[in-house]
Design a binder for this molecule. Structure first.
Ligand code: GLU
Length: 296
C-alpha cells in the first residue's frame, strides 16, 4: 500500500517538475504549486528527519489508522462508511500535522484482540481505539499518550438494581471482549463472575437485552455511549480501574512516539483536543482536563 502510493507520488512529483520546467517558471512555478494546495498534503511541514516514519507518511500523503467501528462517542462507523468519535478526531489531528488531509486517512476496524497484531504486521500505521496503555502490551507495541483516562465500569438493564458495583458480579454472567483489559481484570480479580468474552462490545447488547447475560463490563466512556443511545441501559457505580488511552504504534519507533506526544501536547495547548472532545464524547460526557503525556 505504502510503496504503491509512494510510487504514484514520485510520478506526480516528476510531472510537476516537468510542468514547471516547461512553463519556464522555474522555482516560482514550483512554489506556486506548493501554496495552492489548500489543506492538502502539499502543505506538509517539510522538515521531518530523513528515514523517520513521519517523513515516510508525509511523503506518502496517507496514513492507515485502526479504530473501533462500533463504539458511540469514540469510534462509530456511520452510514457513509467513515467513523466518527473522539478517537477519530485525535487521528485527524495527527494526520493533519503530517500534512495528510482527512480524505486521505484510511480507517481500518480494529477490535480489541487484533490491535497488537495489526500494528505488528504493519496493517495499520497507528491504532487509536480506546486502547489502554499497559506493560504487557508495551512488550509488543509502543504507545504515545495518554490523551484520555477512562476506567472500567458496568452496564446493566435500567430495571436491574441488583448490580451496583464489581463486587455484585459474583455468580453473574458478564459480557466483555476478548483481548481487552476489562476481560483480564475480571478473570484475575473477580473470579466468581462468569465472563463471556465476545469480539466487540456492541455484540454484548442483545445478549443483555434478552437475558443471556446480566451485565456488560468495559470502560465507563464506552458504556456511557451505549447508555446514551439506549434508555433501557444504565451505567452502574464508579470506575474501578485506570485505563489511560494511548496511541499504539510499532515497537521502539521512538521518534514517531515522541513526535505524536509533541502533537498531543500541542493539541492540549491550542484547544484542538478540547474541540475534538466537545464535538464528540463531550455531547454526553463532561470535559476532562487533558492528562500528562508519559514520555517513557
Ligand atoms: N481500554 C480497554 C482496553 O484497551 C477496554 C476497551 C477496549 O477493549 O477497547 O482493552
Amino acid at each position: 500500500m505504502r510503496s504503491a502510493r509512494t510510487g504514484l507520488i514520485a510520478l506526480l512529483s516528476v510531472s510537476t517538475l516537468a510542468l514547471a520546467a516547461c512553463s519556464g517558471g522555474g522555482d516560482d512555478a514550483v512554489e506556486a504549486e506548493e501554496t495552492t494546495g489548500g489543506g492538502t498534503a502539499s502543505e506538509a511541514p517539510a522538515d521531518f528527519p530523513e528515514g523517520s516514519t513521519m517523513a515516510a507518511l508525509a511523503e506518502e500523503g496517507s496514513i492507515t489508522i485502526g479504530t473501533k467501528f462500533d463504539q458511540p462517542l469514540f469510534g462509530l462507523r456511520g452510514p457513509d462508511g467513515t467513523p466518527t468519535g473522539f478517537d477519530v478526531e485525535i487521528g485527524k489531528i495527527i494526520a493533519g500535522k503530517l500534512g495528510i488531509a482527512e480524505d486521505d486517512i484510511e480507517w481500518v476496524e480494529t477490535v480489541s484482540a487484533n490491535r497488537e497484531p495489526f500494528i505488528q504486521s504493519g496493517q495499520v500505521d497507528i491504532v487509536i481505539a480506546t486502547y489502554t496503555i499497559n506493560d504487557t502490551r508495551k512488550e509488543v507495541v509502543s504507545f504515545a499518550g495518554p490523551y484520555y483516562e477512562a476506567g472500567q465500569s458496568i452496564l446493566t438493564l435500567t430495571e436491574n438494581e441488583d448490580i451496583q458495583g464489581p463486587d455484585d458480579l459474583a455468580g453473574k454472567r458478564v459480557c466483555t471482549v476478548s483481548g481487552s483489559t476489562p476481560e483480564a481484570n475480571l478473570i484475575e480479580n473477580y473470579p466468581e463472575a462468569e465472563v463471556q468474552a465476545l469480539q466487540a462490545y456492541s455484540d454484548c447488547i442483545e445478549p443483555l437485552r434478552n437475558g443471556q447475560v446480566d451485565a456488560i463490563s468495559t470502560d465507563n466512556v464506552i458504556l456511557a455511549g451505549f447508555a446514551a443511545q439506549n434508555p433501557d441501559l444504565e451505567v452502574r457505580g464508579e470506575p474501578f480501574t485506570e485505563e489511560p488511552y494511548g496511541i499504539g504504534l510499532a515497537l521502539d519507533d521512538t521518534d514517531f512516539r515522541m513526535w505524536i506526544n509533541d502533537v498531543l501536547e500541542e493539541s492540549f495547548e491550542d484547544g484542538s483536543w478540547e474541540q475534538a472532545w466537545t464535538e464528540t464524547a463531550g455531547t454526553v460526557l463532561p470535559t476532562p482536563e487533558p492528562p500528562a503525556v508519559d514520555r517513557y
